[in-house]
Design a binder for this molecule. Structure first.
Ligand SMILES: C[S@@+](CC[C@H](N)C(=O)[O-])C[C@H]1O[C@@H](n2cnc3c(N)ncnc32)[C@H](O)[C@@H]1O
Length: 334
């Protein structure tokens, strides 16, 4: 495709200029030492980076291309790279737990966050997820973030400013509870996507339903199975959402060294669960589910001592257990 010569070149999206070109004063650089250890420094003219084995000058890095190496006074060589967003969120200051990059990727993809979208997010915490959402909506979109705690909102704003180089034009952070502040902040039926990362997302479903466009996506990130169950039941009880879907993702890194190509010994075994549902058009009730609840289904919150069957486990007959016991007894005689 050719560009019309008389058309002005589109201005670079916010933050793009900081992703390219030589290292400049004030930016963060990630140094990897020969043992693979990471050190993140902010480049300041005249400053030195010290370890117990020598030091290097920040001035040796300022003006060097991304992906350079630099050698310190003890002859230790470091690889210098500009941190990716995923590196940045793992090393930035944080008040609350952040959404890990693997989950942020899932949220952006499965909530179908598109350029130009209007996205509501709560809570903001340290701003990790906000940055992924801002990148996905771009300068023409809107991310309206809500956070109860002013101190967390300030940390998040500082983190995002450092990453994008400016206050992102698509971002608004409102300090307050989502339930109290969202109705005044947006027109009913005007929000494309809602992302909730908080302890009690089920408390927000009414205001979220009012804010979402028909067909809009709600995605919640929760840490425990009990929260997951509660959001799912609340979405069903609300009646204005599609049948929720839930999943978790596990990422297992691989060790790549010579013939030792295998999974790494350590991994993040659990971060959180994702649950998503879509807003039905006003007045529409969810179609009846084809699959009926399991026989014996009851709402476990209504009973004091739930049994295995209440949790959907298939009953095992005494006859089957006796048969199994006999067969094991027979085997032990062999
Ligand atoms: C785990 S943190 C969010 C982390 C954030 N997603 C990130 O990636 O950095 C949860 C945040 O939700 C906030 N919060 C909880 N309930 C809220 C509500 N109803 N309205 C607004 N913020 C809320 C808490 O103050 C807390 O900062």
């Amino acid at each position: 495709m050719t560009t019309e010569p008389d058309q002005p070149a589109p201005s670079a999206p916010t933050g793009a200029s900081l992703r390219r070109g030589p290292f400049i004063e004030g930016e963060r650089v990630q140094l990897t030492d020969p043992k693979g250890r990471l050190h993140t420094i902010t480049l300041v003219p005249g400053k030195q980076f010290h370890t117990h084995r020598g030091h290097l000058l920040h001035d040796d890095l300022i003006g060097s291309p991304d992906g350079s190496t630099v050698t310190n006074t003890a002859g230790v060589e470091y690889l210098a790279l500009r941190p990716l967003l995923s590196d940045y969120v793992m090393s930035m200051p944080r008040g609350a737990a952040v959404v890990y990059p693997k989950d942020a990727g899932q949220i952006v993809t499965f909530a179908d966050v598109f350029p130009g979208a209007t996205v509501v997010e709560a809570g903001v915490g340290s701003g990790a997820l906000s940055m992924s959402l801002l990148r996905a909506v771009g300068d023409s979109g809107r991310v309206l973030s809500f956070e109860r705690r002013d101190d967390f909102a300030q940390i998040a704003r500082g983190n995002a400013r450092e990453f994008f180089g400016v206050d992102h034009p698509a971002w608004t952070v409102t300090v307050g509870d989502l339930v109290e502040t969202l109705p005044d902040a947006v027109e009913d039926g005007s929000v494309d996507r809602v992302v909730l990362d908080m302890l009690a997302p089920w408390e927000c479903l009414d205001v979220v339903a009012d804010a979402l466009v028909p067909g809009g996506v709600l995605i919640c990130y929760v840490a425990t199975a009990t929260q997951l169950s509660r959001v799912a039941e609340a979405a069903r009880d609300h009646g204005g959402f599609t049948e929720p879907e839930a999943w978790e993702s596990m990422v297992r890194g691989w060790h790549l060294e010579g013939l030792a190509v295998r999974p790494q010994h350590r991994m993040h075994g659990h971060t959180g669960f994702l649950i998503t549902t879509r807003r039905l058009a006003p007045g529409v009730t969810p179609p009846l589910r084809k699959r009926r609840p399991a026989k014996g289904y009851v709402d476990v919150s209504d009973i004091e001592s739930p049994t295995a069957e209440d949790f959907g486990e298939r009953p095992v007959s005494d006859k089957k257990v006796r048969k199994l016991a006999r067969s094991l007894g027979d085997q032990s005689k062999l």
